[in-house]
Design a protein around this ligand. Structure first.
Ligand code: AMP
Length: 143
């Protein structure tokens, strides 16, 4: 299975934030949208980082409530691991496990076209397992 299959059911919506936005604004957007990470893009739409709930927890633990006024760019991860639609889900799982992160932006020809989370992968994997067991049951019943 490829990333393309996941995006075909999930859609291409991506929630982004600008680097100069505050940590408070990022937290609010994550809470409102019920997501755990935002892709950080500059004025030309280029991906310049990723900020996740873990970055926010880390900076609040270190600096207290004052951290909410910091900019997103001061707490985000700049070296973003991305993928393309053609990447396999197995490969993505491996990258997430090795890198210890749960979100991967999908970039095609320099353009952000989606985000795949560990939750999306688990959901698809469960569906796959369900289909496999259904096929096995049908096979046994009709054999
Ligand atoms: P997460 O597990 O996605 O909440 O992120 C854990 C940490 O990894 C945070 O510091 C994120 O900024 C960072 N991170 C999340 N996704 C990526 C990614 N695709 N590439 C690089 N770092 C990431």
């Amino acid at each position: 299975m490829t990333v393309k299959a996941i995006l075909s059911t999930k859609g291409n919506e991506t929630v982004t934030i600008e680097p100069i936005a505050s940590v408070a604004a990022a937290a609010k957007q994550m809470a409102d949208r019920r997501i755990g990470a935002l892709v950080v893009t500059n004025a030309t739409g280029e991906v310049v980082g990723i900020v996740s709930e873990r970055d926010i927890v880390r900076v609040i633990a270190a600096r207290g409530g004052d951290a909410l006024d910091l900019s997103v760019e001061s707490v985000m991860t700049r070296k973003v691991v991305s993928c393309t639609e053609a990447d396999t889900v197995a490969n993505l799982m491996e990258r997430m496990t090795t890198g210890k992160f749960r979100h991967v932006p999908v970039i095609e020809n320099g353009r952000l076209i989606g985000v795949v989370s560990i939750g999306d992968i688990v959901k698809h994997r469960l569906q796959e397992i369900e289909h496999e067991s259904e096929a096995m049951r049908d096979y046994i019943l009709t054999a």
